[in-house]
Design a protein. Sequence first.
Length: 264
Amino acid sequence: MPDLLRSWRSRMDPRAIPGLAASGRRSAGLTQRDVARLTGVSERWYGALERGSEAKYSADFLDRLSSALRLSPAERRALYLKAVGRPPALASTPDAGAAVDVDKALLQRFLDNQSPAPAFATDLAWNVIGYNEPLLDWFPWAAYRANQVRWAFLEPEARQHLVNWEQDWARPFLGQIRYERAHHPKNEALWQLEREILAGSPAARRMWDRREMVEHSHGALRRLRIPFHQGREVAVRIVALRPMRSDLLRVIVLLEDRHGSDAV
């Protein structure tokens, strides 16, 4: 495992990857810190994997790592076998975004026009299907088979990045899952997301019993502590939108709230 991951990192060109600063580097390839940022985990967590340490590495993380390192199908299979002792599941997961009627070019133009505010779009099951460049500066992992909710619950780093994780982020996310499941009971992607979150997170199972239901987080003030801000806590106002033609797509814009940040 150590030799494989070092080899895969060394062949990557950081200048070709959005969200990474490539100037001033003394050597080619990605550092462990780069890969950690691109996959949404801590450098310590990724370093443990590269050292061959055994841990409960999620399929979501391994898939993001495979995408970030541009692994071939054979290399992805090798990664799974080395990391968790089994091959990856067949790529047959339900795609909630398949039925979304959206003009992708128009959506991308809208997202780009939100700069400098980070903005992204997800399908009904919170799979990221579009983003602008500022979003990648804040969350580089969003470009790699990302699912917003899986990351929030299944990656340890999320609890450090999402301030007041349980009250402000985890419980509202679970409430939104319950809300969407009630309105789309036959949606396979939502059902699978619920199952994976509850199976992989004891905290989620405990909070799920509260039976809270939340429609959306539009207008909510939340706080982040991410590497892009060098550890500084930043308050953001969440703007959540849905096109009039479809409730299978959501667009999120994160507006930095200076007043909220000053109050921290």
